[in-house]
Ligand binder design. Structure first.
Ligand code: AKG
Ligand code: MN
Length: 206
């Protein structure tokens, strides 16, 4: 059933120096939507350098966006692939809902319990000082953890990101907090996460 997006109340995470909202049922969470994204996105497994050695990152990913939206992290330089119809449709929905503009999306595909993303912040200079990151999840539920960069006695926070949910990180979130999706012991089905972003300047790939 299609929700009325404008009346849905978010869960506002009560974390200091962060602005994080969670909409558990933002979008149709059907298996068909998940499958369509698995098939539509041109997944690849990138290699990063760790202590001078090439290491495959423990997930599949893909970078899509406007032609000038170049992005880089962990030494990777990503040139945008042109928008797919599905990724563009979701972009428009989120832009209307949040009244903000995105020009790119990082797609992650966690194939099973061994796939993960390590502690990091989305704080690359090309995202600007207070980026709005809109994170859509499809498929299996996985735990998203947040940890204050300098702990100061503040406990980490965990939230299970359900299929069809939207998590919005804004304000100083990336400045003061790291986040991760850890690998887990129990078997779990695949999950896709799409983080819509706005690249403000092009310091990569040019
Ligand atoms: O999979 C997620 O929920 C988070 C992904 C993420 O942090 C990223 O792509 O930067
Ligand atoms: Mn991230």
């Amino acid at each position: 059933m299609q929700k009325n997006l404008f009346t849905e109340q978010p869960l506002i995470l009560d974390l200091p120096d962060a602005d994080i909202r969670y909409y558990p049922e933002f979008i149709d969470n059907s298996a068909a939507n998940y499958r369509a994204l698995v098939d539509e996105i041109n997944w690849q497994q990138d290699t990063i350098n760790m202590y001078g050695r090439p290491v495959l990152i423990p997930r599949m990913n893909a970078w899509y966006g406007d032609a000038n939206a170049h992005y880089g992290y962990s030494g990777l330089k990503l040139a945008p692939q042109p928008w797919t119809p599905g990724l563009l449709l979701l972009k428009t929905k989120i832009e209307k809902f949040l009244q903000t503009e995105f020009n790119s999306v990082l797609a992650n595909y966690y194939r099973d319990a061994n796939d993960s993303v390590a502690w990091h912040a989305d704080d690359e200079p090309e995202l600007g000082a207070q980026p709005v990151i809109a994170s859509l999840s499809f498929g299996a539920t996985r735990r998203f953890s947040l940890r204050r960069k300098s702990a100061n006695g503040i406990a980490p926070f965990h939230i299970e990101l359900a299929s069809g949910s939207l998590l919005v990180m804004a304000g100083d979130t990336q400045k003061f907090w790291h986040h991760q999706v850890a690998k887990i012991k129990q078997p779990v089905a695949g999950r896709i996460n799409l983080t819509y972003r706005f690249i403000t300047e092009n310091t990569h790939g040019k």
